[in-house]
Design a protein around this ligand. Structure first.
Ligand SMILES: O=C(O)CCC(=O)C(=O)O
Ligand SMILES: [Fe+2]
Length: 360
């Protein structure tokens, strides 16, 4: 990628947290090793155990420089900080009607808990930027953003999908044709900002900013940023923080990968909570690439995948990616989730024949 004009205002994130926090111990995958046979074999084993054990890992040496990554964070701030409310309204994604992440998700769109609504704003873009129009302020940067999307798809997602397939003992190209860049599908890039909340909101939600959930796609790529707030449930059942590694990626599996792998890889539950005191009051800007199979792919265990310990649904009842993502997006953040019997902090929803849980 080229770091070039046009200039963009520099976004300065909060300094790293000064507190000693309990971090999850996650594997670091050096993607530079992918290029050689021995390297690839090593990475296959590392990714396999990281994904089976914690369901989260870091990737370093993905090929973009710190400067290139910083520039994408600068660009990410543009649709959030430099577009008028009026123009944002024009690009409102209306996710709960469309079942698609394209355009803005305004703040307070979702219900978090006890009547409190979220303080998270997104601008979401389909992998093909030409599918929709974009706010004027973003237009000078669209070619760079499109290049960045392709970089995520071909240079990060594809190697990871190959390693994940190899880890299952499958041909490395098993998942690739199901993530066809040119096919109809909703793999998307998200620029996202969390805004500080009132003390009252913090208390009513027990400091939860984004409820515990699994992602619905196959592989999520989170570009690491310094505001410490993301936590995952570790195998011992405890929530632990994901720490910040400059210019690293945080990778996790979503439901579609769990379904297609027959539970070989599990979608790990994660959430976002109020940052520690040294970072309170700061905004939290994020860049994410959420990959999912093409719309027409039926997301059930692949032939020869291991048998699920506990089947989530029969092959005949399996949704297509389009049905599942629409169901998940439309249902998310509604106040009407049901508490799971006897469990105050778990809420359940049915998406077709699939039971989905949300955790507080
Ligand atoms: O903000 C983060 O670090 C994670 C966001 C997330 O989990 C999501 O958008 O699905
Ligand atoms: Fe997530």
């Amino acid at each position: 990628m080229t770091v070039a004009a046009p200039p963009v205002p520099h976004y300065v994130p909060a300094p790293v947290a000064t507190e000693t926090l309990e971090y999850a111990d996650l594997a670091v995958i050096d993607l530079a090793k992918f290029g050689t046979r021995e390297g690839k074999a090593k990475l296959t084993a590392e990714v396999r155990s990281a994904m089976k054990d914690k369901g989260f890992f870091y990737v370093i040496n993905h090929g973009l420089t710190q400067q290139e990554t910083d520039r994408m964070f600068d660009i990410a701030n543009v649709p959030l900080a430099q577009v008028s409310e009026e123009e944002k309204h024009k690009f409102d994604g209306k996710m709960q009607q469309t079942g698609s992440y394209q355009g803005y998700k305004p703040r307070q769109y979702w219900h978090v808990d006890n009547g409190v609504r979220d303080q998270i704003e997104h601008y979401n873009m389909n992998k093909n930027l030409q599918r929709k129009d974009h706010p004027n302020a973003l237009k000078p940067y669209l070619s760079e953003v499109q290049e960045f999307i392709k970089y995520n798809h071909f240079n990060i997602l594809f190697p990871l999908l190959k390693l994940l397939a190899l880890g299952m003992g499958f041909d490395e190209n098993t998942f690739i044709p199901l993530h066809n860049f040119d096919a109809t599908g909703e793999t998307f890039l998200r620029f996202m900002k969390y805004y500080p909340r009132t003390e009252d909101d913090e208390q009513k939600t027990k400091n939860v900013w984004l409820k515990g959930h699994t992602d619905f796609g196959s592989v999520s790529i989170l570009w690491s940023q310094p505001v410490t707030a993301l936590q995952l449930i570790c195998p011992d059942g405890k929530w632990r923080y994901v720490s910040h590694i400059p210019n690293a990626l945080v990778i996790n599996a979503g439901d579609a990968l769990e379904f297609m792998s027959g539970g070989f890889y599990k979608a790990t539950i994660h959430r976002v909570i109020q940052p520690p005191p040294s970072q309170q009051g700061a905004q939290r800007l994020g860049v994410f690439y959420f990959a999912m199979p093409d719309d027409n792919v039926k997301i059930h265990p692949l032939p020869n995948a291991q048998e699920w310990e506990e089947r989530r649904f029969s092959d005949e009842d399996a949704p297509t990616m389009e049905e599942y993502r629409k169901g998940r997006i439309i249902a998310y953040g509604n106040s009407e989730t049901k508490k799971l019997d006897g469990k105050e902090n778990v809420e359940v929803q049915m998406i077709g024949k699939v039971l989905v849980k949300h955790y507080n």
